[in-house]
Write a protein that binds this ligand. Structure first.
Ligand SMILES: [Zn+2]
Ligand SMILES: [Zn+2]
Length: 61
């Protein structure tokens, strides 16, 4: 399960889940600006990754 961390504070978000198929969303970076998104591995769709302190949160493994 991926935990998203904020680089500026100690905020963490754990385990985003797809509401349709209940799969864990997978972090990915898309586009020229490497925008962080969390997408369903089964193709249901994707959402913007969580934000904190004005920046994208990304998982640290
Ligand atoms: Zn923060
Ligand atoms: Zn899904």
């Amino acid at each position: 399960m991926e935990t998203y961390n904020c680089n500026d504070c100690s905020m963490e978000v754990k385990g985003l889940t797809c509401g349709k198929c209940e799969s864990e969303l997978v972090y990915a970076e898309i586009g020229d600006n490497s925008i962080g998104v969390s997408q369903c591995p089964n193709g249901c769709g994707k959402i913007k990754s969580p934000m904190c302190c004005g920046t994208d949160m990304s998982p640290s493994n």
